[in-house]
Design a protein around this ligand. Structure first.
Ligand code: SF4
Ligand code: SF4
Length: 148
């Protein structure tokens, strides 16, 4: 899968570098800002309305890291927002406290969202990358009964 969001010169402007440098060549003490403009109200702006800098992970997809992917099942979800809070890549899409699904451009397939989902069965489960979401939903487990 190609890296659709990043480019060859990513981050060079911020560093004042003439060529692309590795993480271990960045001058100590350099501050890498995630946003181009004032970030004071950033939590109130939708991800697609934020002006991300070239150093933000949002400007580069990590989707190619994934070998397994989370699939979301709307029928079981209680919109508790746990997955949204814990996802390290802000890849759970939530609007007005309702989960809409996964941002597969930025999800790296770590499975944290599945771990923190409290429903029974879980509303997010990991499946092979090649499996379609419809096929994943078709094989969703049923509710586990509590032992008496
Ligand atoms: S698998 Fe990891 S990166 Fe992907 S949505 Fe879940 S917590 Fe986020
Ligand atoms: S953690 Fe599970 S139940 Fe809670 S919002 Fe996410 S998918 Fe829905």
């Amino acid at each position: 899968m190609s890296n659709v969001l990043s480019n060859e010169k990513r981050g060079m402007r911020e560093l004042g570098a003439e060529k692309k440098v590795g993480w271990n060549e960045v001058t100590h003490g350099v501050v890498l800002h995630s946003f181009e403009d004032d970030a004071a109200d950033i939590a109130l702006r939708k991800a697609e309305d934020r002006k991300y800098s070239e150093f933000s992970s949002y400007t580069a997809t990590v989707a190619s890291w994934r070998v397994i992917k989370p699939v979301y099942n709307r029928d079981i979800c209680i919109d508790c927002q746990n997955c949204w809070v814990w996802c390290p890549d802000s890849s759970i899409i939530s609007r007005d406290k309702q989960i809409l699904g996964i941002d597969y451009d930025h999800c790296k397939g770590c499975g944290v969202c599945v771990e923190v989902c409290p429903t029974n069965p879980k509303s997010l489960l990991m499946f092979g990358e090649a499996l379609s979401s419809d096929d994943a939903i078709a094989q969703w487990p049923v509710k586990e009964k509590k032992e008496k």
